[in-house]
Design a protein around this ligand. Structure first.
Ligand code: GCW
Length: 842
């Protein structure tokens, strides 16, 4: 009976609110709540009664959390009392006023806090108000994870800047606030050219962010729209700031450099012009009048078509200081992006986009005002699956810097592929640049410790949207969670952070913990394996959406994401001796390591060197065989995610279980699309076959173009490598169904049947798979409703999709038949059918 009751209660806890909206702040009932509820004080004293104070919020959170987690009703007051047993939350100063100096509290940084659960009274004391809220979330997090061991400790942030950048657009009236590189639905802030009225999502977002100690959000895209500065919009962002404030999250905005001209009607935006200076001074005063605690501005200048000071023959520092001086009297900060580069000439062997940041910024060190922070993408190119650290961190000795990370998985599967990012981020944060021959970890540079700067920290590009899951994917939320944790303490272990997140998000089941840990910890390596290896970059389509494979798109254009692959060789020669000189941008010890082919780690070989396909890596494999093997390994790992997840059925509420399963199945199919596309591309280019004879040989496949077709016609696919044997079939009209059939020549047995097709966003074609006279499955080409990634309008590596029907009984000589019913522009495109014996994935 007890067991039955327990199961019933456990299932009750799944019943509601499991759509993901609460993220890791579910306050789900603890299985053994009753054992602990008694040991928790029954009163909370929150030492601030103003409803906009984070301390006030902390009181409410503690009350709600203890109710949810322990089922305990706790009273909340804002008066200090002499009550012997209570939870006291407030600033150190407020506590001292009420109770006298707390004992044992070390000196805290501005946003540090002290948590003491040792006595009858629990002390949660922040150096400032938001720090007290951080402490309350920390306390709740440990209780929610079932940890009740009395402790007393202080914690301080690694760095003061722990921001999030949303690339949300203030579009025109036609659009529902699009998010650049957003895969979780439209903006939570903007709608049809205005700031939204309903601030519910804004405050829910601030709550999530406060719990991971993110202290500011830049709410609009760095490709900024000057109309944000209108009186109506200033009022609008004022409302967002009001929603953020009780959580201690500040608002920041991105500015468009040309605003004085395009919005202010001035003839110039020259940063040294008096009229331009007063334009920005006035605008800034207006904004601070509405939002006195605004965090500051973020500026992308002279990059990707954005205007900037170079247009007026002024330096980037002149541009940055213009804004820095405008916000200075209000206590604001200017984040200035180092993502500045020009289009380049592909035929120039010495040209290199990776050189741009250092080339543009190195001589400006010391020229930036003290409240400027140069925000540097982690790698020299652009959020690739693997990059060396940006060498700019080693040049900015007199400038505050922040690292820019990307929670948005723009080049990493767009939240449709599971990629847990902290292991990647760690390769950057823990990197020792050896500036002046001394230990110079990136995390100590951004913390301001190494060069003793006033500011510094990190910013993450995040793409939450109105989807209940925030990012479009439940599992992707581990990245947002971990970002905050690492921004606070970059020495934390990626797996420890992940496991906290798993317990908070999915509960205590051991198998749930193990499975999600295993998948997540393997995921980045798997994605790197089936996308771009050895530092060649992700190899995604860089000219269209950055989602599926298209290695050729990297080269022969001005974007500078080159691989320089030809028939015999591959890789960018970035050496000083013969190449672009990029390796020389690093301090001597690091430069020497990368300059030399033998000492460059395999994982970055093709980033730094141009070699033959049969060059032998340190691992002993040739470059090309490494490509082939890695792609098979990576896709094989992705296949394991589905059964691993399926082993959790019944252990996770069905809404999240099904949503995650759908994406993992999609990923397992798309990883094969990646594997085959990249392998065939390079097999074709190099003419070197796969030693294991897998690439180009698919004995279990039946190509659609080789089937008996009725109402279907054969079409070539571009790029060629994104369809098996280069061709697909589409229906001959957009109204009549087509059929593709073939006699099965494989021995009778049980098979997994996979169908590869192309799912375009111009319609929802319907497919049926028949074996003999049995209907095996029926589905729609409706990824556009389910995946949230960017447009997929053509037959290519973005739209290529695979669906698998496991355990199908097949008799030799039976017919396999696909019926495709076109819909709109989607002509039920079909690539191949695989009839796979147990254990074979092809
Ligand atoms: O890689 C590019 C992205 C752009 C983005 C830009 C940037 C906001 O594809 O979408 O623009 O980086 O970081 O500024």
């Amino acid at each position: 009976m007890r067991r039955v009751l327990f199961t019933f209660l456990a299932s009750l806890s799944f019943a509601s609110g499991e759509n993901g909206l609460n993220g890791w702040l579910r306050y789900a009932p603890l299985p053994d709540a009753s054992q602990h509820a008694g040991s928790i004080p029954a009163t909370i004293v929150a030492l601030n009664s103003s409803t906009i104070s984070p301390v006030y919020t902390a009181g409410l959170e503690l009350q709600a959390g203890l109710k949810g987690i322990l089922g305990k009703t706790v009273s909340l007051s804002h008066q200090s009392s002499t009550e012997a047993s209570s939870i006291i939350v407030g600033t150190v100063d407020a506590y001292t006023k009420a109770y006298g100096r707390p004992r044992g509290v070390p000196k805290l940084d501005e946003e540090g806090f002290w948590l003491n659960t040792k006595g009858n009274t629990i002390q949660i004391l922040g150096q400032n108000e938001r720090a007290a809220l951080y402490g309350a979330f920390e306390y709740l997090s440990s209780i929610a994870q079932g940890s009740f061991k009395p402790t007393a400790y202080a914690t301080n942030p690694n760095a003061p800047i722990r921001w999030v950048n949303q690339w949300d657009n203030l579009d025109d009236s036609g659009t529902h606030g699009s998010v650049e590189r957003g895969y979780g639905g439209p903006s939570i802030f903007f709608d049809k050219g205005h700031v939204v009225q309903n601030m519910t999502r804004a405050s829910q977002y601030a709550r999530l962010l406060a719990s991971i100690r993110v202290n500011a959000v830049v709410v609009n895209n760095v490709n900024a729209n000057a109309t944000l500065l209108s009186a109506e919009n200033i009022e609008g962002i004022g409302r967002i700031a009001d929603a953020f404030r009780p959580y201690g999250v500040q608002l920041g905005i991105s500015l468009n450099f040309a605003s004085p001209e395009t919005f202010g009607g001035l003839p110039t935006a020259d940063p040294l012009e008096t009229s331009v200076i007063s334009f920005w001074t006035n605008v800034t005063t207006q904004i601070y009048r509405r939002i006195p605690d605004m965090a500051g501005y973020l500026v992308k200048a002279n990059s990707e078509g954005q205007p900037g000071p170079l247009q007026y023959n002024r330096t980037l520092a002149d541009g940055a200081n213009l804004f820095a001086r405008a916000v200075k009297p209000h206590g604001g900060i200017l984040m200035f992006r180092a993502f500045v580069y020009d289009q380049l000439n592909y035929t120039d062997w010495k040209a290199d986009r990776a050189n741009a940041a250092v080339d543009f910024f190195k001589d400006l060190d010391g020229k930036f005002d003290d409240n400027v922070v140069v925000q540097i993408k982690y790698g020299p190119i652009d959020f690739q699956v693997r990059e060396p650290v940006s060498p700019l961190f080693s040049h900015m000795k007199k400038t505050s810097t922040a690292v820019e990370l990307q929670v948005a998985q723009e080049y990493l599967g767009q939240q449709n592929h599971l990629v847990y990012l902290p292991p990647l981020w760690k390769t950057i944060l823990d990197f020792d640049l050896r500036v002046d021959g001394k230990k110079s970890l990136v995390r100590d540079i951004i913390s301001s410790e190494r060069f003793n700067r006033p500011l510094g920290g990190s910013a993450a590009v995040v793409n939450v949207g109105t989807n209940n899951t925030w990012l479009g994917s439940h599992l992707a939320m581990s990245n947002l969670y971990a970002y905050g944790r690492l921004a606070w303490d970059p020495t934390e272990d990626s797996q420890d952070i992940l496991q906290d997140w798993i317990r908070l998000t999915f509960g205590f089941d051991k198998r749930v913990l193990n499975v999600i840990t295993k998948m997540s910890m393997e995921s980045w390596q798997a994605y790197e394996n089936y996308s771009g290896n050895l530092g060649i970059q992700t190899l995604t389509d860089i000219l269209y959406t950055h989602f599926g494979p298209n290695p050729a798109s990297q080269d022969n254009n001005g974007w500078g994401q080159w691989t320089r692959a030809d028939r015999n060789t591959i890789g960018m020669d970035r050496t000083v001796s013969n190449g672009t000189g990029f390796s020389g941008q690093y301090p001597a010890e690091v430069a020497a390591r990368y300059e030399n082919l033998e000492t460059t780690p395999d994982e970055l070989l093709l980033w730094f060197h141009h070699v033959k396909y049969d060059y032998r890596l340190q691992s002993g494999k040739t470059v090309i065989q490494h490509f082939y093997d890695a792609h098979y390994e990576g896709a094989a790992t992705a296949q394991t995610f589905v059964p691993l997840w399926e082993s959790l059925k019944g252990k996770i509420d069905s809404e999240r279980y099904e949503a995650v399963l759908f994406r993992l199945k999609y990923q397992s199919g798309h990883s094969i699309v990646w594997r085959d596309a990249i392998n065939n591309f390079y097999a074709n280019l190099s003419g070197i076959p796969d030693e294991a004879k897998r690439v180009g040989n698919y004995p279990w496949r039946i190509e659609a173009e080789n089937m008996t077709l009725s109402g279907y016609q054969v079409v070539p696919v571009t790029p060629f490598e994104t369809a098996s044997k280069y061709n697909a079939v589409i229906t001959t009209s957009n109204t009549t169904a087509g059929t593709a059939s073939s006699t099965i020549k494989f021995p009778s047995g049980i098979y997994n049947v996979a169908v590869n097709y192309f799912d375009l966003n111009g319609g929802r074609a319907q497919y049926e798979l028949h074996i003999g006279d049995k209907l095996i499955g029926k589905w729609f080409g409706n990824n556009e409703d389910n995946l949230g990634h960017e447009p997929f309008a053509y037959l290519d590596g973005h739209s290529a999709t695979r669906i698998t029907f496991p355990g199908i009984k097949i008799q030799k000589g039976e017919t396999v038949k696909i019926v495709g019913v076109p819909n709109g522009a989607e002509l039920a495109p079909l690539d191949y059918v695989s009839i796979l014996p147990h254990g074979i994935v092809d």
